[in-house]
Design a protein around this ligand. Structure first.
Ligand SMILES: [Zn+2]
Length: 286
């Protein structure tokens, strides 16, 4: 789920308003020009179909997504192209082999938090969320995303974040650990999201940070540690992808996230060695 640093920083904010991350139109593309042009052509060629309405909901379908909404045909097509593009971007960056999905991801676009809460039971303050169902071996069985069309940063932040979650799920050949799941989702947003989270880290005492071992194995922490967890997850994922490349992060997970995996994928003598270097980078300038 996407929680901005500002949202996490204040439980007061959690009770009421929407996301407060700055509005900016920053491309989340990271690929070189030639690849970007190719992706743009792929996205333009995507076939989008308007299906029969499902009660009060219009249904628009693209190759990998089925979107239920109460928006115009044009707006729904814009959403389909945007999420198909994010899916391609995430796959090209993090995975060596792009996977096709057996089943489309169901996307519900609600008008506001109230409508989302009424339909999903999730708190109205979320700008959106995603849900994955997987088999015991980690194979993904179903993907779902909920979005709010009134979130001001839906195209720049919420969609990249949630589509990254459903795209990366199961990609290391097992369920993705939480740190990498949130780290990759945050890194799919504009760079300012990572910067905002990292800024928060500098306000923490060393003993408030999670150790690498804790972070690698934990699920979401209790509410008061959410900010630290999101910030450290983004920081670690960013550090690891830079130390080698993005696919090495998934290979490290696949290889067991232990000393041998640290050596094989990042040339670190041990996890401890990796942690010491990450901490230096986390608090220093990149
Ligand atoms: Zn998330």
């Amino acid at each position: 789920m996407r929680l901005s640093p500002a949202l996490i920083a204040s439980v007061g904010v959690l009770l009421g308003s929407t996301d407060t991350t700055s509005q900016e139109k920053v491309s989340t593309s990271f690929a070189p020009e030639m690849i970007r042009t190719k992706i743009a052509e792929e996205v333009k060629a995507i076939v989008i179909r308007q299906l029969e309405a499902d009660g009060n909901w219009n249904v628009t379908e693209s190759p990998n997504f089925r979107v239920r909404h109460q928006l115009s045909k044009e707006k729904s097509e814009e959403i389909c192209r945007a999420i198909e593009k994010i899916r391609i971007d995430v796959q090209k960056k993090w995975m060596k082999n792009a996977d096709s999905w057996d089943q489309k991801c169901d996307v519900s676009v609600y008008q506001d938090g109230k409508q989302m809460e009424w339909n999903t039971g999730k708190n109205a303050y979320y700008p959106g969320f995603s849900e994955i169902e997987s088999a015991p071996g980690g194979r993904v069985i179903s993907r779902k995303i909920a979005l709010r069309s009134d979130a001001h940063n839906i195209f720049t932040h919420v969609m990249p974040h949630e589509v990254a979650h459903v795209t990366i799920a199961g990609s290391p050949g097992k369920m993705i650990p939480r740190w990498a799941d949130e780290g990759i989702a945050i890194l799919s947003e504009p760079r300012s999201s990572l910067d905002d989270f990292q800024k928060n880290l500098h306000q923490l005492q060393k003993h408030q940070l999670f150790s690498l071992q804790e972070l690698l194995t934990m699920d979401y922490p209790e509410l008061k540690s959410f900010g630290t967890f999101y910030a450290q997850s983004a920081s670690l994922t960013n550090y690891l992808q830079k130390r080698k490349d993005p696919p090495a992060v998934l290979a490290f997970i696949r290889d067991g996230m232990n000393d041998a995996a640290a050596l094989k994928n990042f040339g670190a003598t041990s996890l401890q060695d990796l942690e010491a270097d990450w901490r230096r980078k986390m608090f220093g300038k990149e």
